[in-house]
Write a protein that binds this ligand. Structure first.
Ligand code: CP
Ligand code: NVA
Length: 307
C-alpha cells in the first residue's frame, strides 16, 4: 500500500500533487467496487476515532462508513467524553489516543488544536473541518470536477460567498493544482490573508479576489457556494443574510457561466439564501454526486494514511 508524503491531513498543503493523484487513483479504482459491495477488507483490526465538536451529517457518516468498508472499526467521540484542552491537554489526548486507535479524524473549532493533535499523535490525524479549513471536502470537490469535466486543469472555479474554511481550502487546492480560482465575497468577508500568503509561497497560485458576482462567474466552468453563516456564527446569520443578499447563486447568475458549467455546494445548504432550489435541483448541479464522493475520496485517504 502506497504511503502519502505526510503522516497527517491537516490542510491540503500537507499533500503533494502526487499524493492527490495517488488518492484519486485509489478513489477511482475503489468507487465501483464499493458501490457493488465488493470492496475487499484491506484494513481489518484497525480503528478510526472520529472526534466531533460540531454537528455533521456527511463527514460523520462518510468517515464511519468508509472505515467499515475497509474492514476497520470506528468510534464517535464528542467533547463531553474527552474535554480536549480542558479536561486534559491536547498533547496528552494525542498520546493516549495513539495507544488505542490507528487514526484520528477530528472536527472542531480551533485549527491550532488540530495542528497540536497531529504533532503530538503518532497516528495519522485528519482534519474533518475547523474554523479555518475543510480539506476533505475540497478533495472530494476536485474529484467531482474531474469526473464531471474530465479534469480540473485550466478550469475556471468561481467561489461565491463567505471567505470561510471552504474558500481557504479552495485556495490551498489552487496552490497545488493548475486552475484559475476566483473568490468572490462581500467586502470585509474576504479570505484570510495568512492563508493566501502561505498558498502563494507554493508558487503556483492563480487567485483573483472579486466583489462582483456577475463579473466573477463570467465564463466559469465551476460555480461553488457555501452557507453565509458557518457553524459557530449562528448569531451573525441575520446580519450576514442582509450583507450577502447579492451573492446568491441563482439561475440568473449561473446563466453567466459557461453553458456546460457545473454547480457545487458542500452542503448543508440554506435553500433560498446562498443557493436557490432551481439551481441546486437543476441541470448544472452536481451537488449530490459531490456529497457521495466524500465517502469515496475519504475511504481512499484512510486507505493510504492507515497503511
Ligand atoms: N459538507 C460537510 O462537511 O457536511 P457535514 O457538516 O454534514 O459533515
Ligand atoms: N462553512 C461551513 C461548512 C460546512 C460543511 C461551516 O463551517 O459551517
Amino acid at each position: 500500500m502506497q504511503r502519502l508524503s505526510s503522516k497527517d491531513l491537516v490542510t491540503i498543503l500537507d499533500l503533494s500533487r502526487e499524493d492527490i493523484e495517488t488518492i484519486f487513483e485509489t478513489t477511482r479504482s475503489q468507487k465501483p467496487l464499493a458501490r457493488a459491495h465488493e470492496l475487499p477488507h484491506s484494513h481489518p483490526n484497525r480503528t478510526l476515532a472520529c472526534i466531533f465538536h460540531k454537528p455533521s451529517l456527511r463527514t460523520r457518516v462518510s468517515f464511519e462508513v468508509a472505515a467499515q468498508q475497509l474492514g476497520a472499526g470506528s468510534l464517535y467521540i464528542t467533547d463531553r467524553e474527552i474535554g480536549l484542552g480542558s479536561r486534559e491537554s491536547v498533547e496528552d489526548v494525542a498520546r493516549v489516543m495513539s495507544r488505542f486507535v490507528d487514526a484520528i479524524m477530528i472536527r472542531t473549532f480551533d485549527h491550532e488544536h488540530v495542528e497540536r493533535l497531529a504533532r503530538a499523535a503518532t497516528v495519522p490525524v485528519i482534519n474533518g473541518l475547523t474554523d479555518l479549513t475543510h480539506p476533505c471536502q475540497i478533495l472530494a470537490d476536485v474529484f467531482t470536477i474531474e469526473e464531471s469535466l474530465g479534469g480540473i486543469e485550466g478550469r475556471k472555479v468561481v467561489y461565491v460567498g463567505d471567505g470561510n474554511n471552504i474558500a481557504h481550502s479552495w485556495i490551498n487546492a489552487a496552490a497545488l493544482l493548475d486552475f484559475p480560482l476566483v473568490i468572490c465575497t462581500p467586502r470585509d468577508y474576504e479570505p484570510d490573508a495568512g492563508i493566501i500568503e502561505k498558498a502563494r509561497a507554493k508558487g503556483n497560485l492563480d487567485l483573483t479576489i472579486s466583489h462582483d458576482p456577475k463579473a466573477a462567474v463570467e465564463g466559469a466552468d465551476v460555480v461553488y457556494t457555501d452557507v453565509w453563516a458557518s457553524m459557530g456564527q449562528e448569531e451573525e446569520a441575520a446580519e450576514r443574510a442582509r450583507i450577502f443578499q447579492d451573492y446568491q447563486v441563482n439561475e440568473a447568475l449561473v446563466a453567466r457561466a459557461k453553458d456546460e458549467a457545473i454547480v457545487l455546494h458542500c452542503l448543508p445548504a440554506h435553500r433560498g439564501s446562498e443557493i436557490t432550489d432551481e439551481v441546486i435541483d437543476g441541470p448544472h448541479s452536481r451537488v449530490f454526486d459531490e456529497a457521495e464522493n466524500r465517502l469515496h475520496v475519504q475511504r481512499a485517504i484512510l486507505h493510504h494514511l492507515m497503511a
